[in-house]
Design a protein around this ligand. Sequence first.
Ligand code: BGC
Length: 738
Amino acid sequence: MELNKLKNLMDSMTLEEKIGQLVQLSGEFFDADDMAVGPKQKLGISQETIDLCGSVLNVVGAKKVVQIQKSYLEKSRHKIPLLFMADIIYGYKTIYPIPLALGCSWNPQMVKQCNRFTSREASAAGAHVTFAPMVDLVRDPRWGRCMESTGEDPYLNGVFAKAMVEGFQGTFEPKESIASCVKHFAAYGAGEGGREYNTVDMSKRRLFQDYLPGYQRAVEAGCEMVMTSFNTVDGIPSSANENLLRNILRDEWNFDGVVIADYAAIQELIAHGVAEDDAQAASLAMKAGVDIDMKTPCYSNHLKDLISDGKLQEDLVDQSVWRILKLKNKLGLFEDPFRGASEENEAKNLCNATHMQMSRQAARESMVLLQNENQVLPIEAGKKIALLGPYANSQDLIGLWAVHGDRNQVISLKTAFEEEKDRNEFAWTRGCEVLDDYSVLGDFGFYQNSEKALTKEEKLEEVKKAIELAKWADVVVFALGEHLLQSGEAGSRTQLNIPDNQMDFLDQILPYVKQSVVLLFNGRPLVLTDLAKKVDAMMECWFPGSQGGHAIVDLLFHKANPSGRLTMSFPYTTGQIPIYYNSYNTGRPMATSIHSNRFMSRYLDAPNEAFYPFGFGLSYHNCEYSKLSLSNTVMQPKQTIQVTVEVTNISDVRGEEVVQLYIRDLVGSVVRPIKELKGFQKITLDPKESKQVIFELNEKMLEFYTADMSYQAEEGKFEVYIGKDSTTQNKEIFVLRK
Ligand code: BGC
């Protein structure tokens, strides 16, 4: 629709109709309750609110969406279509690896392609907007939602934010694209103690330097929507935070799209203690710049009175409505309110072979080989394999936030092994359950625990059977991990271990094992210090998605070579948390302090470093880095320096290498991180092949928030490092002169 027509349409709407556009309700109000993910709430809203509501939360499926849209439009005076928004986080029916895993692929192009395919599936099923990507920077693995982030690095998160938004949105072709809503603005990943929904309090510098860039990159990539976070930022909850939503988002970043409050976040302003009642909460959120109220009665029941009482300007409502109408228009909903949603398109797209193939590739690229003692991996042909553990034959490989994922399509490990090995070379048993006690997990709306609990006798039987299999096998593959409800939203933990009952099981079996491989399924970095001592090999599989079983078997038997590299540090112990590679040196650094060894920045009982650092991962090949050189040791304004390194595959197997470039600004007007990722390239090397890898460094890449908070590079010395992970000491020095 032409914009002037859209404007006329808006001008012809009553205030009630306009307010309706700002209200989002979930499926239960439209007789479609099955996808509810949040807590159930009694909203106390009128039928009129339902009839006028502008968008729907988490209802998908062509048949349902078309039917709801049709009957809504029949009753509607202006025929303004509903917007259907949903949590389509890492796949719709075809599920890709969780975002933390996708980050470990260091392959943004591939991730973009995954999202393109997700958009196809989701638009066939009637979704218009996805609540993704989540780009919250996270340095605390106690927080369950690290599974939804690409990790601890601002630069890398920004690269993935852009790729993910572009993947979802494309050029807004119907049937191919959906609009993207970046979340959770802002700094939701920094809750104190890693506890869900907890207070966030940090310096302005840290906020701007580390936490905001991910959202900003998504906005620059053109994402249409932004979701507020549940937490406070500088003492004010995000959904009432004018500085965040107006000054930073709209004025500084020129964001022109729609802002939505996270689930019930407007009403939660009362619990936060910044609003007395729903009316005040509505007023604060509207003034701060929240356009859509997700799932509370605050806007629907109070905006009108606030305006007639002169407490709120109608113009604010108009601005919000205009943004929402523009989005509906951009999606082409006025021309086609169903936008390609049809059962026919679903049949063509959902879990089709191309998407499944993509999922398999993504899973292979995102797993991280953590340990490979005695080169037990890859597993040699002809070896007898026993597969043991609660993830041996599980559909839970898709992880928690695969809200709509098709569990029947998930390839379990057992299935994949059986396709690969003859009966006389492969056997499996579950061995033990994921947890001994599921009651702590609470419920999670759509997710039903499919695990059948074992009786006491069955448990003993399982251990007996596992011991027999271990004795028979040449290699025992243990499939262990967190319960999928132990990560994701409201999945905070203080102990980052493999559940005790699984460790007990492992200890009972290990004495009978010749070679041991542990496959790990989890949504966050774990403390693996003890486990690493007990077993030969460990591979971090995360929650790998629909094709998880196939991808793992591909890697175990060397049909593919592991190339994933961690994007979050794995601690030695939870007491080290928060732990991240790009920390500051302090005045008394361990490595170089002039003080005696007690009076340094250190723990008495643990190292400072991570057990597995950022950027780390093993492969079946091995590379050497040499001849690091700079085209110039002085960088003048507007000039670039070429940084070159030679990477040689010294092994006999082909492999993919993630070449990582870090810098360190040695002296600044404020302290600077000991290393900062500034570039990476994923290259393929044949056996014994050498490649020159070249990076361009420019002044822009050296910028930061200086003492006066201006964003610029400062003159002086810089170190530039290139290596295989963040601990590399392979460096050169250059000077920036301005
Ligand atoms: C989550 C969001 C999600 C929303 C809608 C909230 O609880 O924090 O990430 O998009 O629910 O389901």
